[in-house]
Design a protein around this ligand. Structure first.
Ligand SMILES: O=P(O)(O)OC[C@H]1O[C@H](O[C@H]2O[C@H](CO)[C@@H](O)[C@H](O)[C@H]2O)[C@H](O)[C@@H](O)[C@@H]1O
Length: 364
């Protein structure tokens, strides 16, 4: 096992036509350079010009076609052979299911699932991002067999109200609010809704304050929506006319300038304001593994499934630990530290169902 590889290479016979090198090589920094550069500009706080914010907001929403892009060819949808190449480098976790299970042999699988865009489809109204009953059943079944955590940018109570499963761990506010399960099978230790970790509790008043300021400053922008996620705040621009994205950027920037203890990150058509503390979904993953008794253990095989830029922090931890696998949910090629891909939530559901089936057929 090497530090840069998240998995132990295992040779499994596959037909020559489907033969990929394993572990799959990850995208290099030169592949999608502009996405990365633009997003970093914004998130590192180095962007003083609104143009940089705007470019970054567009870069995180790569939905333009080659014909209608206003940003130049490097930010448009990739060509077919670029997509093929990316899929070869990040093969479908469904297609490689047997291989993944072989890698986990003798280890304890622990599941980490992002919510929006992973368990529920992306929709215009964040308050209506429901998961299907079939998905809920799949997650419930997975949690019967493996310790399972939902890791989300949403506040814990909100994501809990969508998922409605008490047998899971929840790490809301990008991992800054972690609670344990209140019921479930024997691998679940805690039976009370115990707060396990809140590293940003001192920021509660300031988040409340900035949330109100952002509501005030964006209320005249049609379609803009502020969501208070308890330890962080989201400003949605999915429903804002693209011509007004600069206004969103200006207003958010003007408010954020007053709060040096807060910083900006980005998700899918959302600007996220959060404390400057070094805590992200990757730290939450490590914290949960430790809570489960798997700190520095080679006996564990974490599987993290997520679709968003903030999930990259968790993929990165797995890469650095040389443990388990990251699966990116995406229909389009993206710079990622994940090894595998799934195209959409329905494929996530299929993967979870296969996992349960595999576990049942391997039980003694
Ligand atoms: O970590 P996640 O669970 O993926 O949370 C990230 C953000 O997800 C939500 O926003 C996203 O989904 C919405 C509903 O489909 C969509 O309208 C929005 O454009 C997406 O960015 C959530 O509302 C945000 O607060 C989270 O930060």
């Amino acid at each position: 096992m090497t530090k840069n590889n998240a998995v132990v290479p295992i040779e499994i016979p596959v037909p020559a036509s489907q033969h990929y090198s394993y572990p799959p090589p990850r995208g290099t920094d030169t592949k999608y350079p502009n996405y990365k550069k633009l997003l970093n500009q914004l998130e590192l706080g180095g962007a003083n010009k609104i143009n940089s914010w705007l470019e970054s907001m567009r870069a995180s929403s790569p939905t333009q076609t080659r014909q209608n892009s206003i940003l130049g060819s490097s930010l448009v949808m990739p060509l077919e052979d670029e997509t093929d190449e990316w899929i070869e480098e990040h093969p479908s976790a469904l297609f490689k299911f047997e291989q993944i299970m072989a890698m986990s042999k003798g280890k304890k699988i622990v599941m980490f699932l992002d919510y929006d865009g992973t368990l529920s489809p992306i929709v215009d109204d964040p308050d209506r991002a429901y998961m299907s009953e079939a998905m809920r059943e799949a997650v419930r079944d997975v949690a019967m067999h493996f310790p399972t955590a939902i890791v989300s940018g949403r506040c814990t109570d909100k994501v809990l109200s969508f998922v409605r499963l008490k047998e899971l761990y929840y790490a809301g506010s990008h991992g800054m609010d972690i609670v344990g399960p209140t019921k479930g099978p024997k691998h679940i230790k805690s039976k009370t809704k115990e707060v396990l970790c809140q590293p940003a509790s001192e920021f509660l008043p300031i988040i409340e304050e900035i949330s109100k300021a952002l509501i005030e400053k964006t209320k005249m922008i049609p379609g803009a929506k502020v969501e208070n996620n308890k330890f962080c705040v989201s400003v949605h621009y999915r429903c804002v006319d693209e011509k007004k994205w600069d206004t969103v950027a200006e207003q958010v920037k003007s408010v954020l300038n007053e709060y040096p203890k807060l910083r900006l990150t980005q998700g899918r058509k959302v600007l996220e304001i959060r404390p400057t503390i070094k805590w992200n979904k990757g730290n939450a993953l490590e914290f949960l593994l430790e809570t489960l008794g798997y700190a520095d253990s080679s006996e564990v095989f974490p599987v993290y499934i997520g679709d968003d830029r903030t999930d990259e922090d968790a993929f990165k931890v797995l890469c650095e630990k040389g443990q388990g696998i990251g699966i990116l949910v995406s229909k389009v090629p993206k710079e990622t530290n994940a090894c595998y891909s799934l195209r959409e939530p329905s494929e996530v559901k299929e993967f979870l169902q296969e996992l349960v089936q595999w576990k049942r057929s391997n039980e003694h």
